[in-house]
Design a protein around this ligand. Sequence first.
Ligand code: BDR
Ligand code: CA
Length: 344
Amino acid sequence: MGFQGTHSNLTSDKSITPVLKWNKNLKPVEVTKMGKVMIDCDVGVDDALALILAFHSPELDVKAVTGVNGNVPLAQVFENIQKVLRLIQPKNKPLIAKGADRPLKGKTTYAYSVHGKDGLGGARIDHKEGERWQLFPGRADELITTRARQYPGEITLIATAPLTNLALALQRDREGMEKLKGVAIMGGAVRTKGNVTPHAEFNIFSDPLAAKIILESGLPITLVPLDVTHQVYLTPQMMEERVRPTNNPFSKFVIEATGYDSITHRFRNMELFYLHDPLAVGVAIDPTLVRKERLSIHVETPKGKYYGRTSETSEGPEIDVCLGVDSQRFLELFASRLSLFAPL
Ligand code: BDR
Ligand code: CA
């Protein structure tokens, strides 16, 4: 089953044609022309899995990774970005930058129960002496608009965290943000219930004002809410049949970070592990994985029981909202990309 997206403003579209390259054994390999992306995240176990998926996907060229306060405090997020890059060892090192250490408004809520005290479920990643990342000499919001201006109309920004950095970037340099090709956002619960409160999803609840600014901005947004991310999850069966047999540093990381126990068949304190953030990357790789509708979304910012709710409204700019997903096809993509990607 494959769904046709409505507005293909994300990375893969019909203008991208496969090209032939040659690997070391002189065998031709078909690869797709790469779409440039940046990832704004709050690493977080599923953010880490999203980074692995992105860097292991030949369709994507990751130009920047930025961090924001979210699942864990900003300093820990930034350390985790570097740890995960150490695990991935990308051939082309992205620029990295630290962003906001608090929401535009309201209190911070951390998600230690899902991601562990260190945000990576205590997974070990070996330290490498002298390893250097390309640190951008400015804040995350500056890096986002600098890159957008450097590659006008080419970059898709994937946000897998509270939208504080994006809102700061828009407030400072709207013209720069308008140079993005598209914005894919994991967040919200539109026709389904929330995961922090009955009405709100974590990324939106963590900074509703920033979410309101972004979702009402008129930018070419694709929202990837719980309506679809709650349909893509790791199960004990998938761990035993697809992840464990892969037996490489990435599959070992998935097992450790999700706290999967092959005796109890549980993930730390859960029966399933949701791949929220990897799906936002999946949508940038292949927009036909999801079915979308054009909707205007209202974000509830006043304090109260609906704080952080994302609901359909008849006013305001429309965005693409993912409401259906081909779960099997996405899980297959995710599992297959855990294997090391053969260097060309
Ligand atoms: C979102 O909240 C975070 O805990 C996850 O990393 C994901 O971005 C899911 O609601
Ligand atoms: Ca996240």
